[in-house]
Design a protein around this ligand. Structure first.
Ligand code: ADP
Ligand code: MG
Length: 211
């Protein structure tokens, strides 16, 4: 199996940008999950910290993005502000080859006003923590009519932190026809239950025991 990013059929701008970032070969979790993600499948990915999970879902989002449509097409949920900032930064880096992609982070512990202002300007990709995303949805300051992809990043930690009720509330606002990607380092039974509810025939990609 080839693990070169160039084997994936990514758009030329994305591929050229990956080369400038010195990303040439996929990590095992990327090689296992990206072909499925790009094929539009729901994917559950398990891989330890540092295995490259962000680019696995990030490239999936970016390849699918309609840049001309200035509406939130992807939502990435993360357990903490620090992780959301890291994910947003990596997606911006990966997307540097594509013109004018707007990635907006929306996390708790930050004032609502500036976030509402940013939302009025619009964004293609929203990265945030569940509590604050729920708050914007309830307030009507964020809409996901154009959403095509939902990512639950570090799903085990989101459960540990008690975000299950927020996740459930957010799901009510999302189109049911969408691609859902779930990444987690561990798989307690709560994760399996979430996957059953929010995903359609998910493919599992587990990296623990691989070379
Ligand atoms: P995880 O979310 O699995 O903990 P990250 O997505 O944060 O891991 O990636 C860990 C590091 O590896 C980051 O610094 C990222 O830039 C780098 N990285 C990811 N994929 C590749 C790749 N294919 N080639 C080179 N570096 C990569
Ligand atoms: Mg990560």
């Amino acid at each position: 199996m080839t693990t070169a990013f160039s084997s994936l059929g990514l758009n030329a701008d994305l591929l050229a940008n990956l080369a400038t970032l010195d990303y040439h070969n996929m990590t095992p979790i990327q090689a296992g999950s990206l072909p499925l993600i790009l094929a539009g499948r729901d994917v559950i990915g398990q891989g330890k910290t540092g295995s490259g999970k962000t680019a696995a879902f990030g490239l999936g989002l970016l390849q699918k993005l309609d840049v001309k449509r200035f509406a939130a097409q992807a939502l990435v949920l993360c357990p903490t502000r620090e992780l959301a900032d890291q994910v947003a930064k990596e997606i911006r880096r990966l997307g540097r080859g594509i013109h004018n992609i707007k990635v907006l982070t929306l996390c708790g512990g930050m004032p609502m006003g500036p976030q509402i202002g940013s939302l009025e300007h619009g964004a293609h990709i929203i990265v945030g923590t569940p509590g604050r995303i729920e708050e914007h949805l309830v307030k009507g300051t964020l809409q996901f009519d154009a959403l095509t992809t939902l990512v639950l990043d570090e799903a085990d930690r989101m459960l540990d932190m008690g975000f299950q009720p927020s996740l459930d509330a957010i799901l009510e606002y999302l189109p049911s026809e969408r691609q859902t990607l779930l990444f987690s380092a561990t798989f307690p039974s709560g994760i399996e239950a979430i996957a059953q509810r929010v995903m359609q025939a998910p493919e599992r990609v587990q990296m623990e025991s691989t070379h």
